[in-house]
Structure formats: structure tokens, C-alpha cells
Write a protein that binds this ligand. Structure first.
Ligand code: NAI
Ligand code: MG
Length: 493
């Protein structure tokens, strides 16, 4: 359980936390003077009050980003030097990794071992991957008719508005900043109101690295105010958003009058399919990781676990044992495997899905209740005998609730796996290479893992089919949405 006295690392992180907005290279209060609180989800205590930006602050930040975009110091910067700035930011994050990990764990609740060994190494890797792209954004020559030279060059799209969620606060900053900066865009970031602190620390490090003023701006605030203003702003060329599908619908409508470029990385209800012939130990570990990583707060969580009928009973019982043995508690304890959910709203949403699972007749074989009496902890929960139409099988719960479904054969499981409005990820566990390929081929999802789960790499594109998103992040593909193509045709007389 969360300790009564704060961990020393957490105390130090609070003392040095940045709480203002970053606009045009300066740390400023909100113009209204308002602030909002950010909480420690393990104790429910306030950590800090953060500047609450709104339309006017967004106006200032967009103006600063536009000025920086048009300034020679950024526009004409040698692409290789742009790359070096991104490398420098990665180095500074590596230097301060302990402090950043403490701040991430404090604000989000994720176990310190994950902040330190999972999230932040991925942040550093993502920045370094894209740093290497900055001077490699070459175009092409097109053989058109006539006596003409036609070439295509790639140019930054302009001012990028970036709106991110709270589940991987720092990693989402890296996924957004790294390709945008490599492409030569300037940025206005709105972090999630639940977890603003590490983005602000990254802003400080970006200033230390030497990014010109106004290239990176950060405005804290709520989605309905600051986020809304960013989406509607005529001075913003593109919005990159990660979060809920319903929010994306609102953003799409609000961005329509200015015809902004949009990329969305949204939710999922990803099928994780275990055939009878799988390596069962590996599949069980994969099912646990696929769902419980990050307290179940992953867009690609393997929340529909399909197990073939012969293996089903034993699989469920072994999973239940693992779930019950999972170590919950103080996220600053390095042995902790699961921390609290991010806030009261998420806690309430998840608990209501647990009620609905029981009410609709699924069998709860592990968890099903809160853990302790302080902090937003929920025991790892497993529902067996889940039917496809139950809410726990159709809806994104975004918490530690696993639904296990039984299937007979490959045709049936492919059909059922695809019977969802989502299409973010899928996994298949089998020793039969043909089966693996067939599932990978027929499942409608942006990422398919075979005999593994949650393998991420900055070089591998990630994104959704269907309601799980538009566009791709990471990899070479992740640069496309920050670039325009310009066709230049020269008459050779
Ligand atoms: P959300 O989509 O409302 O929030 C994500 C970001 O969008 C935040 O920065 C928020 O301030 C901003 N935002 C909210 N409304 C906005 C608007 N009208 N205009 C512009 N920006 C806006 O997600 P929320 O409310 O935090 O979580 C709700 C559910 O969404 C979760 O329970 C989960 O199911 C899902 N979710 C999915 C994520 C994913 O990675 N796919 C991440 C976070 C949440
Ligand atoms: Mg919301």
C-alpha cells in the first residue's frame, strides 16, 4: 500500500517540478492566473498546482510557434544541427532519468521500475531514432512528359498542435515531438491535465538543449478549453491526438472549418488469440503482459483473450493464480508490479465495468474489487465465460480487467476477433507457422504480434485500422504527417 510518508525521490521531484506554461521560450503563468491541481493517484493527495491555460494562452503559444517556424534560426537551420538538438535532448533526459522517473511515477502512479526501465528508455530511443532522420528527408525526381525537370521536395507542415493522454505521459511527448522536430515543424503541446509534470520537465530540458525560443511551446489546461482552442485555431496546421475515440470525433468536427491535417491514435479492444498448440508458459506470460502492463491503461491492451477450447480451463486457472500473485502497492517500491489507476474517474469507470461483467453473467475468477482503502488501486481482475456481446467484451475498459473467451477453430476466432469497431492491435500464440500467418493476414489491426506482445520499437509504425485511428506514428511513416510534399517543375526550354 502507499506509504504514509512520501518517498524521498518523490519529495525531491515535487520541489523541483515546473508548473508554468512554456511560451516563446519563457515560463509563464496562465493569463487568467488560474491553476488546476494534479494528484498523486497512490495517495489521492495534491502534488502541485499547474497553470491552467485557455484560449488566450493558446493564442500566444500559436503566435510564438508561428514566429519560430518562420524565423531563420529554425527554418534555415542546417538539418544536421536540428538532428543534433534532438540528440542533445535525449542525452539530457538520460542524464536526469532518475528524477524524471520519480516525477512520472508520482504523477501517473505507474511503478518506478516501469518508469525507469520501460517508459523513459523508450523516450530516449524514440528521440534518437528521429534525430537521425532530420538530415535524411530527401525528395525525388519524377520523369514527367515534355522537356521538364520535375522534382519533389519535402517540407515541414508548419505549426503542429499536439494533444496527449495520461497513460504514458513522457512517451507520448516523445512520439509527438520527435518526428515533428525532425521534420522542422514547431510545436504547441497540450499535455493531459492528469499528468502534466514530466512534459514540463522535458520542456525545461529542451530549453537547456538549445532549441530556439518558440519551437516548443507547452500549454497546460483542460481538453474542453485549452485543447478545444488549439484544435480550432487557424494558425495551427496539423493536430496530432492520442486519446478516446469520442474526443477524436469532436476534434475532427472542430478542425473541419480550418481543414487541418489530423492524425489520431485511439483506443482498442485488441484480440489476443491462444491456440491449443501454443507454448502455454509463454502465452500465459504474454496474456498477463498484454493486459496488465501499465495497470491495463494501454490503447493496445490485449483485453479480449481468446483461448481454444481444449486449453481453456487450465489456461484460465493458471492465469487466475498469476493475477492473484501480482504485487500491488506503493509505486515507489521497486518490487511493485501494479500501481493505482490514474484518477477517480478512471477508477469509477473500471469498477462499473466490473459490476457489469458480474451482472451480465461472466464469471469473476480473480480480483473484482479495489485494493486497500486509499489510492485508486484495483485488483487484477479476470472474467471467464465471457460472451462476445457482454460490455466487458465490447468496450475499452482501460483498466486491469481481462475477459477470457472460448473458441473452437481458426475461422470462428478470426471472425469474432474482427467483430469489433476497433483495429489497433492483435496477437496470436501458436507453434504452427501457417496458422500464425493466416491470423496475421486476416485480422484487421494495425499491429499483429506473433508469439509476443507489446513489442514496441521506434522504427516500427504503430496505429489503428477502423475506429482505432487515422495515420501512423513511429518509423519512417510517422514523419509523413509532419511533412508536405512540394512538386517543382522547371521548363528546360
Ligand atoms: P480524452 O480523449 O478525453 O483525453 C485525451 C486528451 O485530449 C487530454 O489531453 C484531454 O485534455 C484532451 N481533450 C479532451 N477533450 C478535448 C476536446 N474537446 N478538444 C481537444 N482536446 C480534448 O481521454 P480521457 O477523458 O482522459 O479518458 C477517457 C477514456 O479514453 C479512457 O477511459 C480510455 O478508454 C480512453 N483513452 C485512450 C487512450 C489511448 O491511448 N488510446 C489514452 C487515454 C484515454
Ligand atoms: Mg475525456
Amino acid at each position: 500500500m502507499a506509504t504514509a510518508t512520501l518517498d524521498k525521490r518523490a519529495e525531491a521531484a515535487i520541489k523541483t517540478a515546473q508548473t508554468k506554461n512554456l511560451i516563446g521560450g519563457k515560463w509563464v503563468n496562465a493569463l487568467s492566473g488560474r491553476t488546476f491541481a494534479t494528484y498523486n493517484p497512490a495517495t489521492e493527495d495534491v502534488i502541485a498546482h499547474v497553470a491552467e491555460g485557455d484560449r488566450d494562452d493558446i493564442d500566444m503559444a500559436v503566435a510564438a510557434a508561428r514566429k519560430a517556424f518562420e524565423s531563420k534560426s529554425w527554418r534555415k537551420m542546417d538539418a544536421r544541427d536540428r538532428g543534433r538538438l534532438i540528440y542533445k535532448l535525449a542525452d539530457l533526459i538520460e542524464r536526469d532519468i532518475e528524477q524524471l522517473a520519480a516525477l512520472e511515477t508520482l504523477d501517473n502512479g505507474k511503478p518506478i521500475s516501469e518508469s525507469l526501465n520501460g517508459d523513459i528508455p523508450l523516450v530516449i530511443d524514440c528521440l534518437r531514432y528521429y534525430a537521425g532522420w532530420a538530415d535524411k528527408l530527401q525528395g525525388s525526381v519524377v520523369p514527367i512528359r515534355g522537356n521538364n525537370l520535375c522534382y519533389i521536395k519535402r517540407e515541414p507542415v508548419g505549426v503542429a498542435g499536439q494533444i496527449i493522454p495520461w497513460n504514458f505521459p513522457m512517451l507520448m511527448v516523445a512520439w509527438k515531438w520527435a518526428p515533428a522536430l525532425a521534420a522542422g515543424c514547431t510545436i504547441v503541446l497540450k499535455p493531459a491535465e492528469q499528468t502534466p509534470l514530466t512534459a514540463l520537465k522535458m520542456g525545461e530540458l529542451a530549453m537547456e538543449a538549445g532549441f530556439p525560443d518558440g519551437v516548443i511551446n507547452i500549454v497546460n489546461g483542460l481538453g474542453e478549453t485549452a485543447g478545444d482552442a488549439l484544435v480550432k485555431h487557424r494558425g495551427v496546421d496539423k493536430i496530432a491526438f492520442t486519446g478516446e475515440g469520442r474526443t477524436a470525433e469532436i476534434i475532427m468536427a472542430n478542425a473541419a472549418p480550418s481543414l487541418k491535417r489530423l492524425t489520431f491514435e485511439l483506443g482498442g479492444k485488441s484480440p489476443n488469440i491462444v491456440f491449443d498448440d501454443a507454448d502455454m508458459d509463454a502465452a500465459i506470460d504474454g496474456a498477463m503482459l498484454g493486459l496488465y502492463l501499465n495497470q491495463g491503461q494501454c490503447c493496445c491492451a490485449g483485453s479480449r483473450l481468446f483461448v481454444q477450447e481444449k486449453a481453456y480451463d487450465e489456461f484460465v486457472s493458471r492465469l487466475a493464480d498469476k493475477a492473484k500473485a501480482r504485487r500491488l502497492g506503493d509505486p515507489f517500491d521497486s518490487a511493485t508490479e501494479q500501481g493505482p489507476q490514474v484518477d477517480q474517474a478512471q477508477f469509477d469507470k473500471i469498477m462499473s465495468y466490473i459490476d457489469s461483467g458480474r451482472n451480465q453473467g461472466a464469471k469473476c475468477v480473480a480480483g473484482g474489487e479495489r485494493f486497500g482503502d486509499k489510492g485508486y488501486f484495483i485488483k487484477p481482475t479476470i472474467f471467464a465465460d465471457v460472451e462476445d456481446t457482454m460490455a466487458v467484451a465490447t468496450d475499452e475498459i482501460f483498466g486491469p480487467v481481462l475477459s477470457v473467451l472460448k473458441f473452437k477453430d481458426i475461422d470462428e476466432v478470426i471472425r469474432r476477433a474482427n467483430a469489433t469497431e476497433y483495429g489497433l492491435a492483435a496477437a496470436v500464440w501458436t507453434r504452427d507457422i501457417s496458422k500464425a500467418h493466416r491470423v496475421a493476414d486476416e485480422v484487421r489491426a494495425g499491429t499483429v504480434w506473433v508469439n509476443c506482445y507489446d513489442v514496441f520499437d521506434a522504427a516500427a509504425p504503430f496505429g489503428g485500422f477502423k475506429r482505432s485511428g487515422i495515420g501512423r506514428e513511429l518509423g519512417a511513416k510517422g514523419l509523413d504527417s509532419y511533412l508536405e510534399e512540394k512538386t517543382v517543375t522547371i521548363s528546360l526550354g
